[in-house]
Design a binder for this molecule. Structure first.
Ligand code: XMP
Length: 479
């Protein structure tokens, strides 16, 4: 029997090389799937203390994408996907409308229920006849008054296929907040809002789809995809991730193939750590392969089951195989610092999936806790007792009613504030790494292939040493 050596991120360093650009000029965008382009190669982990709608919105606004966990009922998960898709638009496709025969009371109810501030008024055949906003009815005491008597009739519109420039010009010129889009028969086809235009301007790096909506993914399992897929696709999900600890298994491989047969949507298969596992997922039709068995900060799989693979080697081996199928690799787990992102991509990953690094952010769903005067957020493995008790057991091949045998732990991570500022630390660290290696794009970094293996003394030398740290850095701590 031959026993191979395998390495972790801490075992290696990228060898610096000549650069003819500044790190700030590095391009960290990645085309993950045909319709999914990220402006930062970061996905948030499908974990119940990491990714729900707030995290998914914040991450996509800043260039990455969230994968909403599946310890939620299919209905609630789909509702969260819908909330992310609705957060930002270019042209809203099916805007909520009212009929000119309705009353002010009806409009008030709709505005409150749907959380919108203005509604196009249409006739039965969809013809736009006016617009009614919160302001039009603010001082109206009579709920039975007709919409037709309160609405603005001379509506400024866009016709056909508008451009952002022309919409901005109209908002500016007419000082309006909603801009209905109509066809040449004046039937309503969409709505542009000033709020959406402002958000696009505030977040120029947002990861968006063709309609200007935020990119978002959802976790599914081989056991529940039939229930979840119809609701998720209806809600507008951009991709799904088969969320399983052992992706090189019949259930997962068959689920990938079955989903690809029925749905025209990118499917991430995983998790695997070998070339054979990668090959089986690629041949089943996976659009990306997620790599990692046991590297996560809250994982105990390798200890409980004695199985796994140090993550750097796992990414390297899987990426080598996936390249033959032109399938991207997602390096999932074990990323402790921005430098590990550089190493993961250097090993051949197209993007990384982060749990621990994002769990302490304001936008994560984990509970805030104060401990010894400092603020923390709870972070737990999906194979921990707490997560299993709330339904995550099938990720670890457990059935309902089984005695829980955890493969993860529950803990706290320091509170880190808002995602926007923290992500800059990660993406700038990545750009610095690209600068040191002279790789202007992620593709160049993926193909750079110059690593050295370091010793324990090398790792010690890499970290801050022989000094008492008196000021914590936003991107470095010794744990
Ligand atoms: P990090 O290191 O970013 O890792 O915290 C997050 C990834 O860890 C995986 N995960 C688990 N693995 N037991 C495991 O063995 C668990 O309980 C567990 N929960 C999450 C998952 O792939 C995640 O993205």
């Amino acid at each position: 029997m031959e026993i191979f050596d395998a390495l972790s991120y801490d075992d290696v360093l990228l060898v610096p090389g000549y650069a003819d650009f500044l790190p700030s000029e590095a391009d960290i965008s990645v085309q993950l799937f045909e319709n999914v382009r990220l402006n930062a190669p970061v996905l948030s982990a499908a974990m119940d203390t990491v990714t729900e709608e707030n995290m998914a919105i914040a991450l996509a606004l800043n260039g990455g994408a969230g994968v909403i966990h599946r310890n939620l009922t299919p209905e609630v998960q789909a509702k969260q996907i819908f909330a992310v898709k609705r957060f930002l638009n270019w042209v809203i496709d099916n805007p909520i409308t009212v009929s000119d025969k309705m009353t002010v009371g009806d409009v008030r109810r709709i505005i409150q229920k749907e959380g919108v501030s203005g509604l196009p008024v249409v006739q039965d055949d969809g013809t736009l006849v006016g617009i009614i906003t919160h302001r039009d009815i603010m001082f109206c005491n009579d709920n039975s008054e007709k919409v037709v008597d309160r609405m603005t009739k001379n509506v400024i519109v866009e016709e056909g296929d508008p451009s952002p420039e022309s919409a901005v010009e109209k908002f500016h010129q007419y000082k309006i907040e909603k801009l209905p889009v109509v066809d040449n028969g004046r039937r309503l086809t969409g709505l542009i809002t000033v709020k959406d235009m402002e958000k696009h301007q505030s977040y120029p790096n947002a990861a968006t789809d063709k309609k200007g909506r935020l990119i978002v993914g959802a976790a599914i399992s081989p056991m529940d995809w039939q229930k979840r897929m119809p609701l998720l696709t209806e809600a507008g999900v951009d991709f799904v991730a088969l969320d399983a600890a052992h992706g090189d298994s019949r259930n997962v491989i068959e689920a990938v193939a079955a989903i690809k047969k029925r749905y025209d949507i990118p499917v991430i298969g995983g998790n695997v750590v070998t070339a054979e596992g990668t090959r089986r997922l690629c041949e089943a039709g996976a659009d990306a392969v997620k790599v990692g068995v046991g590297p996560g900060s809250i994982c105990t799989t390798r200890i409980v089951a004695g199985s796994g693979m140090p993550q750097f080697t796992a990414v390297l081996v899987c990426a080598e195989e996936a390249k033959k199928y032109n399938v991207p690799i997602i390096a999932d787990g074990g990323i402790k610092f921005s430098g590990d992102i550089v190493k993961a991509i250097g090993a051949g990953a197209s993007c990384v999936m982060l749990g621990n690094l994002l769990a302490g952010l304001k936008e994560s769903p984990g509970k805030e806790v104060i401990y010894e005067g400092r603020m923390f957020k709870q972070y737990r493995g999906m194979g921990s007792i707490g997560a299993i008790n709330e339904g995550a057991g099938d990720r670890y091949q457990m059935k309902e009613g089984d005695q829980p045998v955890p493969e993860g732990i529950e803990g706290n991570v320091p509170y880190k504030g808002e995602l926007k500022d923290f992500l800059v630390q990660l993406t700038t660290g990545l750009k610095k790494g690209m600068g040191y290696c002279g790789c202007r794009t992620l593709d160049l970094l993926k193909n750079y292939r110059r690593f050295v293996k370091i010793s324990g003394a090398g790792l010690q030398e890499s970290h801050a040493h022989d000094v008492l740290i008196t000021q914590e850095a936003p991107n470095y701590s010794r744990r």
